[in-house]
Design a protein around this ligand. Structure first.
Ligand SMILES: Nc1ncnc2c1ncn2[C@@H]1O[C@H](COP(=O)(O)OP(=O)(O)OP(=O)(O)O)[C@@H](O)[C@H]1O
Ligand SMILES: O=P(O)(O)OC[C@H]1O[C@](O)(CO)[C@@H](O)[C@@H]1O
Ligand SMILES: [Mg+2]
Length: 324
């Protein structure tokens, strides 16, 4: 039964990702379809602490499905991690009769969602991060757009790298995870990919690999380095010193977090937003919506946060076998 007196909130938190807007749109429209009142909470948990809320209607999410970023803005809120900040947030929820919140963000945001659920405000997490590093989910909203952007940028770099017989060492995002690096490496045919999950010695492994490949007549090289590995400039310097190949370092940076979301990100965001509201409308909280074996399902947040997503060693091996 529709409950016109029931209010749910939606917020985006942590780093933004393309497709967050599509998820907000799905939450708002599903909520309204179920007869709920929906409020947007601005700048993540900061908006919950300060009461920066806005009423959402069908038209307030028009014209956003194709836009990157988040119309609700996002933030990292150190205050929310304190008991005092948490209590302020709970007070705002009570004042506005908020019976549940869809939290679109990464693992940190889910910890906040779990803390709030524990204190009586049911929250449902939706994985939104370009890093694809939510252990419980095979996929996170924004990843596909991000790797497509990285691929396009490296394709451009390849033109100039090839023309000059050079090596390009390219750093892609992924503070603690190598998923963006791995998919990008496969897609651009990178000679090597360095990720935080797998130890790889530049001097003892990368340099000999390039030397071996040099013997086959190859003259230009792309090396992808995940941000979590770091030292991109030093890696480039070492490669140049040890191989004699002129080498440049490029850090792609935040361009990977912007831009119009791909079909995949828009579709998954819409599915996940819908699923989250089905739970909230039923008064169910402390859940995360995830993709498992191509299906949208939900897990208990505590259980989800404990899960481990093994790195795709098989894809890593494929990259090393065919990208020579
Ligand atoms: N342990 C925690 N307890 C309560 N709240 C937390 C906790 N960790 C993070 N948060 C809240 O969630 C916000 C976002 O967390 P974080 O900066 O880790 O980003 P994220 O959601 O993991 O996204 P991403 O890593 O993709 O940028 C924090 O600023 C804080 O307000
Ligand atoms: O917005 P900031 O603080 O620069 O965050 C950068 C980090 O955010 C992420 O893009 C995840 O959202 C990481 O890959 C990156 O390290
Ligand atoms: Mg995170």
């Amino acid at each position: 039964m529709a409950d016109l007196n029931k209010t749910i909130g939606v917020l985006t938190s942590g780093g933004d990702s393309p497709g967050m807007n599509a998820a907000i749109r799905a939450v708002v429209r599903t909520g309204i379809a179920k007869g709920l009142h929906v409020v947007g909470i601005k700048r993540g948990y900061n908006g919950l602490i300060t009461g920066d809320l806005l009423d959402m209607d069908l038209r307030s999410v028009s014209d956003i499905i194709h836009r990157g970023g988040t119309v609700l803005y996002t933030a990292r809120s150190p205050e929310f991690k304190t008991e005092e900040g948490m209590q302020k947030a709970i007070k705002v929820c009570k004042e506005h009769n908020i019976a549940g919140i869809a939290v679109i963000g990464g693992d940190g945001s889910f910890r906040g969602a779990s803390d709030l659920s524990e204190r009586g405000i049911p929250c449902v997490g939706i994985p939104g991060t370009i890093d694809n590093d939510i252990s419980s989910s095979d996929y996170t909203i924004g990843f596909d757009t991000s790797v497509n952007t990285a691929m396009e940028m490296v394709d451009r770099l390849r033109d100039t790298t090839e023309s000059h017989d050079r090596c390009s060492v390219v750093e892609v995002m992924g503070r603690r995870a190598g998923w963006i690096a791995l998919d990008t490496a496969i897609a651009v045919g990178a000679t090597a990919v360095l990720v935080p999950e797998i130890a790889y010695d530049v001097e003892k492994e990368l340099v000999p690999r390039i030397r071996e490949i040099q013997k086959t007549g190859k003259k230009h090289y792309i090396i992808i380095v995940a941000e979590g590995v770091g030292h991109t400039a030093e890696i480039a310097k070492l490669v140049e010193e040890k191989t004699g190949i002129e080498t440049r370092a490029t850090v792609l940076g935040h361009v990977q977090r912007g831009g119009s979301p791909t079909v995949r990100d828009r579709v998954v965001a819409s599915q996940m937003g819908y699923h989250a509201v089905e739970l909230l409308a039923a008064g169910i909280g402390n859940r995360v919506v995830v993709m498992k074996d191509s299906k949208i399902v939900d897990y208990d947040i505590y259980e989800a946060l404990k899960m481990v997503k093994p790195f795709d060693k098989n894809l890593y091996d494929i990259s090393n076998t065919i990208n020579i």
